[in-house]
Design a protein around this ligand. Sequence first.
Ligand code: NAG
Ligand code: NAG
Length: 506
Amino acid sequence: MWVSKVFCAVYLVTLVVCGASGRSASASIDSKNVRLLKDLQRHLAQPVIPDTYQGSEGNPRLIGARFRTRVDHFDPQNRDTFEFNYYSNDEFYQPGGPIYIFVGGNFQLTTYYIEHGLLYDTAARDHAWLFTNEHRYYGTSAPVENYSTENLRFLHTEQVLTDLIEWIDHLRNEVVRDPNAKVILMGVGYAGALATWARQRFPNIVDGAWGSGATVLASFDFQEHANDIGSIIRRFGGDECYNTLWVAFRTAQNLIDSERDETVTTLLNTCEPIDSGNLLDVETLFYHLKLAIQEAVFQGYNTTRIEQLCSSLVNKDEPTALSALAAWLDVYYANLPCNPFDFDANMEAGKVLQPGAAENVILGLRQTQYQACTEFGRFRTTDDDNQPFGSRVTMHFFLESCRALFGGWVTDAVIYDGVRLTNIHYGGQDPRSTNVLFTNNEFDPNRLLSITRYINPLSYAYVVPNEFISSEIYSINEQDSDELTTIKQNIQQYFTLWLSGGMTPL
Ligand SMILES: *[C@@H]1O[C@H](CO)[C@@H](O)[C@H](O)[C@H]1NC(C)=O
Ligand SMILES: *[C@@H]1O[C@H](CO)[C@@H](O)[C@H](O)[C@H]1NC(C)=O
């Protein structure tokens, strides 16, 4: 089996994980592989940390701590508690100054954004005390002894918001020792949604919130995702590139339908032979083909990468569109002996229950998937006609993935209900919160799950033109476009407004 030689867990909704040896990889993944894992995880809306960042460089003001809180905030009969990690940086703080928090999401705690970036720069300007927390169940902040399905029941945004708010109350009273300190939250992706929801729910505690790419909308079938990537490919790679992909995907489908599975198995170098009778394996294969292209499009945050991808796809030396795609894939996954694009191989990494395993600590695979199956959905199907990735990745695939990982109780009604309730509870794209700022980027499909137009008191939404994910969370830089610079300055102006209680400072 390939899996015994090379640890290559290819995970359905998230990523390709490749390291060196051992299935229970916690002990065996070295730092190079950890970097690789993180690199491959970029298409999740997580804050990107520059490759060169090696952790804090001995800033004496940066201090780690843990906060103890209840495992279940809503059951007074359950007295269990746990601790989550957080970091504090008071290098700019002056008494009377505000608290700025970089909110933890579905990723390991990082101190990067309380030592770098626009939030950090704004803290310097405003003499703020910076904090960042680790979200329950992620990194090493496990509230339960293992991640069995039963034990994942405390992984819910309502619990997470309560963690956040009780911690902030503690920070104000016991750490900063200023019960009146203003509090502003900032988060990226899912954590951006949490930040804005915390303001919506607890305006008495949170004075303002900025979400970058904040994914506030839950949705059953996120078919617009494929469509948006198709448009980006067409724009920067040209019609010929788009058409090559379209033809390659359709050709593979037609070959499988006409039971010429072997041709596809050989061309795409799959570890297990493709069997046209096995719908889940066929769906997994197409899921991965799309994922590979999608990662290549967003890697490097640079349209030059898309031109490079397209120049190898529109390769005159290859006889067919499918063989051009296969040739590109061969180079792209050169480190894999074969491509593990079958369903069972894809489920393995998500079935690891030990909270300390790399799949869970570093990648948050099982936890992220659980949240998708129970609260957010957003399954990236290829149901839409207006995209180049064929038509084989359907809700069936994602539903069966949820069931394989968490059990047969997950039905489409369960997922649908989770999505519907999330949107009712938080208001989806119409949250009616005040003092919230939504920022997004033109080349980030997740902006479709965020808010790109928003008018409410002391609130606004910006979309940065011609930029990939998270361009606006970094320091103001002379290489920034004029639009990007203006948006960063406006973000800082909103902080000023929130601190002054809405009175424009003279
Ligand atoms: C997971 O933890 C629970 C207790 O929370 C225990 O009863 C169960 O046996 C554990 N399951 C596994 C597979 O370790
Ligand atoms: C994009 O990549 C090209 C070539 O690798 C490089 O010259 C250019 O500076 C990059 N652009 C940005 C915005 O990083």
